[in-house]
Write a protein that binds this ligand. Sequence first.
Ligand code: IPE
Ligand code: IPE
Ligand code: MG
Length: 247
Amino acid sequence: MSMFKDQINQENLPKHVAVIMDGNGRWAKKIGKARIFGHRNGVKAVRETTEAAAELGIKHLTLYAFSTENWNRPKLEVNALMMLLVDTLKKEIETLNKNNIKLHAIGDLTKLPKKTYKALMDGMENTKNNTRMTLHLALNYSSRWEIIEATKKIAVLAQAGKIDPNNIDEQEYDKHLATAGIPDPELLIRTSGERRLSNYLLYQLAYTELYFTDNYWPEFRKDDFYKALIDFQMRERRFGMTGDQVS
Ligand code: IPE
Ligand code: IPE
Ligand code: MG
């Protein structure tokens, strides 16, 4: 039993937690290993975080697994990451099904290597009837890509006379985002001490609470997730109002 888990108020859980899994490379370097060793060890943290979120009753968990900018890394690392993804997807599907977790992906997926794309589609297909939680993987994802894509789709509809530009509101815009129908994250966690968003969910994070920890991603465990939630629950979310109004 976890001392931290006991401190979580079940009545005030986020519906959606987003995570920037960062620090795999630095963690590996610290112990004299190659960067890919860090990525491989990050899988355990993914497993723990997914399990912890599902056990608590969180409905959506979105993990930043590969950004559009990550293509600029050395080819060797990119290839290794894509292979690790295929491997992990294949291995973890059984566990996802056992835990009643649905897999979903956001990003420019068609540009992924064929094998990665296929493993992803298979994983989504094989878990589509699960209902406890959805695990969203952001893959070849960037927020600006997503926002521009949404804008293009809306412009096409407007040009075809199917939508009146005067009627474009947040509700309409949301329909065209990769996260359509998913509530905005109430909490964002970033590991490794970096304090930036790196092109992640910029639109959706408008009112999200940000939580930063110095731990590297491969070290991240259930208790670290619980600590982030406890911190989240101590905050007063005001949405532009005064403290008196919301308390
Ligand atoms: C996060 O760890 C994983 C990915 C971006 C794929 P990094 O690989 O960014 O690790 P650092 O930031 O270099 O330590
Ligand atoms: C963000 O991490 C992307 C993922 C976690 C997949 P990076 O390590 O790529 O971010 P920057 O480039 O340091 O901001
Ligand atoms: Mg990094």
